[in-house]
Design a protein around this ligand. Structure first.
Ligand code: SF4
Length: 390
């Protein structure tokens, strides 16, 4: 990877490395963490990100890794010793991106930042960088920008005009949880209000000037460091999906970082993060209510079973879904049947009687053995062999 006509800026990019390791930029968050960090290697800040227009190598970086906030989980928190802090001017970052992009090494940028001089000034630096990328470098591809805590409404509007996606990271599901995670962040004023502004900007644009705003809105939660429950996280996610048109909630499991106040807390399991994503998709794509999700007593999902299957075990084993007459919504309650396969089943049953699992397999139902215990075909439960795997 040799494009270093301006060594200083590329050295800084390599030094900052995978600064946004825990911040997903695209649609397959967990796959973005698969590469390993190599000190001083520019490849460390390039992630393969699934975007609405396909999988791309994306530069994930920060305008600065200095920060005046002191979030208890964060490697960039104020005062953490042993950090090599680096900062980029908007010109530096934009032109470095331009060179990487013209060399074919990246096609997209995710730009975040530590907070220096307040959220408003920091947001200005991000916007200035995006202005150069869009208007001087004429880059039309994927741009994902972070909205800083305390950003102003006009700044959010401009960021949403320039980016394809903006993140307002709430980090925690309630003000009380945020206080324990990030003592210098104000949940309502600095995070939730900007989130509401971003949602209103999108809604207004859709009603008055479709196409004027192309940015979707996402958020991220740090999971499991301060006693937050799945119920809290998914209740807020559901509200954001329904009321604010949130495109996606990211769940980033807590991992302790040395020399931070949370260094001795246990890491959260990848399985918990995975179950949160499964449940979140049921809320967003299958239109489940939070009350439908099978939480255990303390407000968390079971780790050992997919939440859709856990629900089906409780509700469908004794009341199976008839494939010939069930509504689309009822079909989508069955493990293995999603929106597309439900539509395929409805189309097929207008033409023919669905009598066996092979027909469902041909219609695209994945792992028909998974759905067999919960359905009726031709008025009967189909014969099936129980799968040993969830
Ligand atoms: S605001 Fe908090 S999470 Fe963001 S870089 Fe600063 S310390 Fe880290």
């Amino acid at each position: 990877m040799n494009i270093r006509s301006s060594p200083d800026v590329f050295d800084k990019l390599a030094l900052i490395g995978d600064a946004n390791h825990y911040e997903p930029a695209g649609d397959r968050p967990q796959s973005e963490r698969s590469h390993t960090w190599r000190p001083d290697d520019l490849r460390s800040c390039i992630s393969h990100v699934t975007t609405p227009t396909g999988k791309k190598p994306v530069l994930k970086s920060m305008s600065t890794s200095a920060c005046e906030k002191n979030c208890n989980y964060c490697p960039f928190r104020a005062g953490r010793a042993g950090m090599n802090r680096v900062s980029f001017t908007p010109d530096e970052m934009a032109l470095a991106f331009d060179r990487l992009q013209r060399a074919g090494l990246v096609d997209g940028i995710f730009l975040s930042s530590g907070v220096v001089g307040g959220g408003i000034r920091t947001q200005d630096r991000i916007i200035d960088t995006l202005e150069i990328i869009r208007n001087k470098c004429h880059y039309q591809g994927y741009v994902h920008a972070k909205i800083m805590p305390g950003a102003e409404e006009d700044q959010i509007l401009r960021a949403m005009q320039l980016a394809d996606r903006v993140s307002v990271n709430l980090e925690a599901p309630t003000a009380r949880r945020l206080e324990a995670l990030a003592p210098r962040k104000d949940f309502d004023g600095e995070l939730f209000r900007p989130m509401e502004w971003a949602a209103q900007i999108r809604q207004r644009a859709q009603a008055e000037m479709p196409g004027a705003i192309r940015a979707s809105l996402v958020t991220q939660f740090v999971v499991g460091a301060v006693g937050d429950t799945d119920l809290e996280l998914l209740s807020l996610s559901d509200r954001l999906y329904r009321q604010m048109g949130l495109a996606r909630a990211y769940y980033s499991r807590f991992n302790p970082i040395p020399d931070t106040p949370f260094e001795n807390l246990p890491a959260v399991s990848a399985r918990r993060e995975f179950r949160l994503y499964q449940a979140s998709f049921l809320l967003r794509d299958y239109l489940w209510d939070v009350e439908d999700l099978p939480f255990e007593g303390e407000g968390n999902l079971r780790l050992d079973v997919d939440p859709k299957r856990a629900w089906a075990d409780l509700h469908l084993l004794h009341q199976p879904v008839d494939m010939m007459s069930a509504s689309r919504q009822a079909l989508m309650r069955v493990p293995g049947i999603g929106p597309k396969t439900a539509d395929a089943i409805i189309r097929a049953r207008r033409e023919t009687r669905l009598k066996d699992l092979a027909q469902l397999r041909a219609l695209g139902v994945r792992g028909v053995e998974r759905c067999a215990p919960y359905i009726l075909l031709d008025g009967r439960r189909p014969a099936f062999q129980m799968s040993l795997f969830d």
